[in-house]
Design a binder for this molecule. Structure first.
Ligand code: CUA
Length: 345
């Protein structure tokens, strides 16, 4: 490659690289570990900051020295080799001891933080069992009877430590809500644990952070932090069986739901639907998002989803139900099912 081609490439690629980097800033802002909103994420951030600046200073120092050496001792046709420093024991001792000391200093807060964040189950926490599925999240609130089971949206009370037990139904996933805590792998055959805490009520974005095949990028999640009083209200609502439909469309929709393949995969409390393959839909209408938080719960989005979910989330296990896509249901029937699902508050 000639210098000219290199220059040509640099001129074209640099703006693209800059653009991509800047775009990442805006897209990721809802999922930034640099903007912690709870004590656990803040503790990690407080460790990250000094380590980053120390590393940045060393990077600048080393790069500057390299550039100086490259320019100063470049080949200008001079006869003599520059003076060599090989075997200079004072120098070599210095650049061995200095990094070792630095690493030892960094190790102190690092190890303390690791021990501090080791998740331990305590009675005053909220305990939730998280199950990673291809490609959605299941949450079992095991502290309560009747137990509450939800999907994709984790609802927690503010100011309370939430202890998560993570397990996988299939492959390795990773549970990550950057503003609330670090990542934790979700590994088949074992139970990992982690803790998270939210300071204030709010909506926090999360994402599966371990490649888990086709729909990995669409395996997102939300955490909704509510005040303790609002959380109790939410919990009581979730403990109820699925709401009885009242409109004629919703009543028809329930009949269709219960007489089609839906029941093989989904549970709706208070009905014979008890499938375990897909998300529990008992309170589907109370959720803001669905399909692992890639779609908002709106009549149109749920209609499109039932008609042909593969178009929205390639790889999804749920088959298309629209007649146009080889399924069993007409558009009018799907609309009735949507009316039923949205009434499940
Ligand atoms: Cu689950 Cu990536």
């Amino acid at each position: 490659m000639t210098i000219r081609t290199l220059r040509w490439l640099a001129r074209r690629l640099l703006p693209v690289a800059a653009l991509v980097t800047l775009a990442a800033c805006t897209i990721q802002s809802k999922q930034s570990a640099l903007d912690p909103e709870g004590p656990i994420a803040r503790q990690s951030h407080n460790l990250f900051r000094p380590v980053f600046w120390i590393a940045a200073a060393i990077f600048v120092l080393v790069e500057t020295l390299i550039v100086i050496v490259m320019v100063r001792f470049r080949d200008r046709g001079q006869a003599d080799e520059p003076k060599q420093i090989h075997g200079n024991s004072r120098l070599e001792l210095a650049w061995t001891i200095a990094p070792a000391l630095l690493l030892a200093v960094i190790a102190v807060p690092t190890v303390l933080t690791i021990f501090d964040q080791a998740a331990t189950a305590k009675p005053d926490q909220l305990h939730v069992r998280v199950v990673g599925h291809q490609w959605w999240w299941e949450y079992q609130y095991s502290d309560f009877a009747p137990q509450v089971v939800t999907a994709n949206e984790l609802v927690i009370p503010t100011g309370k430590e939430v202890f998560l037990e993570l397990e996988s139904a299939d492959v390795i996933h990773s549970f990550w809500v950057p503003k609330l805590a670090g990542k934790q792998d979700v590994v088949p055959g074992r139970i990992n644990t982690m803790m998270l805490v939210a300071d204030e009520p709010g909506e926090f974005y999360g994402q599966c952070a371990e490649f888990c095949s086709v729909a990995h990028a669409d395996m997102r999640l939300r955490v909704f932090a509510k005040s303790p009083a609002d959380f109790d209200t939410w919990l009581k609502d979730q403990q109820q069986p699925g709401a009885e439909p009242t409109s004629s469309d919703a009543i028809e929709g329930r009949k269709l739901f219960l007489s089609n393949a839906c029941v093989g995969c989904h549970t709706i409390g208070g009905t014979p639907a008890a499938g375990k393959q897909g998300p529990d839909l008992t309170h589907f209408g109370s959720r803001k998002t669905f399909a692992a938080a890639i779609e908002d719960v709106t009549p149109d989005a749920v209609f499109r989803w039932i008609r042909n979910p593969l178009k929205i989330k390639p790889g999804v296990i749920m088959p298309a139900f629209g007649k146009a896509f080889g399924g069993a249901l007409t558009d009018a029937q799907i609309r009735q099912i949507v009316a039923y699902l949205l009434a499940l508050k």
